[in-house]
Ligand binder design. Structure first.
Ligand SMILES: *Cc1c(COP(=O)(O)O)cnc(C)c1O
Length: 396
C-alpha cells in the first residue's frame, strides 16, 4: 500500500503547510523596514502564544542554545543552583550548569516519575540562585507540576525559576506570569509546527536584573544585547529570516484556531494535544500496554515495550510498514519504550491512524494474537465523550 511519511516524534514535528510556503518565498534582508515589521509583529504575538507580558527573545539556535543562555546569563561560577531531573533533558541542565562552573545540587526522580514537592521544599535553601526544570520531560513523557514548583521557589527571595517548556509550550496550560516563572524556554520544531532553528524565551524583570550582576562568560548568547536590539526592531546578529516568516505564519494559524484571538488559539492548541494524548493513552491501555510515565504529559505518550520485546523492533515496524516515525527511548531507556508525540499539528485522523497502525505493529512484533479495533475503539470513545462534553476541538 502507498505510504506517506509522517513524524510522530517529540521534535521535529509535522510542518504547517502555511509556514513552509511562507519561508520558501521570503527573501527580505534583515536590516529593512519589511523585516522589522515582521520581527516586531512576531515578538508581540509570541507574548500571546507564551501567555506572558515579559520580554520575549527569539534566537537563531536550537532549544538547547536558549537553555545554555539561561545558565550563562543568570549565574556566576560557584553559584549554587538546584537542578530537578527525571530524564535525559533534566540531565542536560546538570551538564550545562556544570559547564559554567555552578555548584550544582541535583534532585532526581527515577525515569518515568516526577518530583515530590516535599523533597523540593527540603532542598531549596535561600542560597540557591536558580532552579532549573522541565515542564514536560520528553524522554519519559512525564509532566512536572510547574505550578507547585513555582509556589515553592516563589517563597524564596533570591531564587529564579527557569523552565524548559520546549515541549511544554502549546501542549500544557501554563500561567507563566501568574505562577512567577522567571525564564520559560521554547523551540520552533515543537508546538509551533516549524522546522528546527529558532529557540525562544520570555524573561522576567527579576531575571533581567540578575543578568547585570552575573559573571559567567557569554557573547553570542548575551541576552541583554538581544533585548537592546529588539527594542529597536532588530536582532544583534543575522536572524534566521526565513524562519521568522514561517513563525509569522504559524502564529497566524494559531490565531485562526482562536477565531482571531491568539491567546484563545493557544488554549485550543493545548486542548487539542490533550485530547490526542487522552485518545492515545486509552488506545494503548486497551491493547494491554503500560504507560511509561506516572504523570503523563499531553506533549507525548511514552509506552513501555511489552515484556521481552525490544522497542526498537516496534519503532522499525512502524517505519517499514507505515512510514510512521515514532521515537525509541533515549540513553538507558533505549529498547524499553516508544514515544508518540501530540505536539502541534496533529488531528483526529493522525491519532486514530497511528493507533490503528499500532494494532498491526504489535501483532507483527509480538506473539500476541491480533486485537484489531481495540485501541481504535477506546480512542473513539474518548473522542465521542469529548464531543458531548463540548470540549474544544481544533477546527480549521
Ligand atoms: C526538544 C527538546 C529540547 C531541545 O533540544 P534541541 O535539540 O536543542 O532543540 C530540550 N528540552 C526538551 C524537553 C525537549 O523536548
Amino acid at each position: 500500500m502507498l505510504r506517506k511519511n509522517r513524524l510522530f516524534t517529540p521534535g521535529p514535528t509535522p510542518l504547517l503547510p502555511a509556514a513552509q510556503t511562507a519561508m520558501a518565498s521570503f527573501t527580505a534582508h534583515h536590516r529593512t523596514a519589511d523585516f522589522r515589521a515582521l520581527f516586531q509583529r512576531v515578538l508581540v504575538d509570541m507574548k500571546e502564544f507564551i501567555g506572558t507580558k515579559n520580554d520575549v527573545l527569539v534566537l537563531a539556535c536550537s532549544g538547547t542554545g536558549v537553555m545554555e543562555a539561561s545558565v550563562s546569563n543568570l549565574t556566576s561560577p560557584g553559584d549554587k543552583v538546584l537542578v530537578l531531573t527525571a530524564g535525559k533533558f533534566g540531565e542536560r541542565w546538570t551538564g550545562l550548569a556544570k559547564a559554567f562552573g555552578c555548584n550544582v545540587d541535583v534532585l532526581s526522580a527515577p525515569y518515568g516519575e516526577t518530583f515530590s514537592l516535599t523533597d523540593i521544599r527540603a532542598r531549596l535553601t535561600p542560597d540557591v540562585r536558580a532552579v532549573f526544570v522541565q515542564a514536560t520531560e520528553s524522554s519519559t513523557g512525564a509532566r512536572h507540576d510547574v505550578e507547585g514548583i513555582a509556589k515553592i521557589v516563589g517563597a524564596q527571595q533570591d531564587t529564579l525559576l527557569v523552565v524548559d517548556a520546549i515541549t511544554g509550550l502549546g501542549t500544557t496550560h501554563l500561567d507563566v506570569d501568574g505562577w512567577g516563572v522567571d525564564v520559560i524556554i521554547g523551540g520552533s520544531q515543537k508546538a509551533l509546527m516549524m522546522p528546527p532553528g529558532l529557540g525562544y524565551c520570555a524573561v522576567s524583570e527579576r531575571a533581567w536584573q540578575r543578568m547585570e550582576k552575573t559573571s559567567s562568560p557569554r557573547y553570542y548568547f548575551d541576552l541583554r544585547k538581544e533585548r537592546k536590539s529588539a527594542a529597536k526592531g532588530e536582532t544583534a546578529y543575522t536572524p534566521a529570516t526565513s524562519l521568522f516568516a514561517a513563525l509569522g505564519a504559524a502564529l497566524e494559524f494559531i490565531r485562526g484556531m482562536g477565531n482571531g484571538n491568539l491567546a484563545q488559539g493557544r488554549e485550543t492548541l493545548v486542548n487539542n494535544a490533550e485530547l490526542c494524548a487522552e485518545m492515545t493513552r486509552a488506545g494503548a491501555k486497551a491493547l494491554g500496554l503500560k504507560l511509561y510515565a506516572s504523570s503523563p504529559a499531553a506533549a507525548l505518550t511514552a509506552i513501555s515495550s511489552p515484556d521481552g520485546i525490544d522497542s526498537g523492533k516496534i519503532v522499525k515496524e512502524f517505519r517499514e510498514a507505515f512510514d510512521a516515525v515514532v521515537a525509541n527511548g533515549q540513553g538507558e531507556m533505549k529498547g524499553k519504550l516508544f514515544r508518540i508525540a501530540h505536539i502541534g499539528y496533529y488531528d483526529y485522523l493522525d491519532t486514530i491512524g497511528i493507533l490503528a497502525a499500532l494494532e498491526h505493529v504489535l501483532a507483527r512484533t509480538t506473539a500476541r494474537t491480533a486485537d484489531y479495533g481495540a485501541a481504535v475503539k477506546a480512542a473513539q470513545e474518548v473522542y465521542a465523550r469529548s464531543l458531548t462534553e463540548k470540549r474544544q476541538l481544533v477546527g480549521v
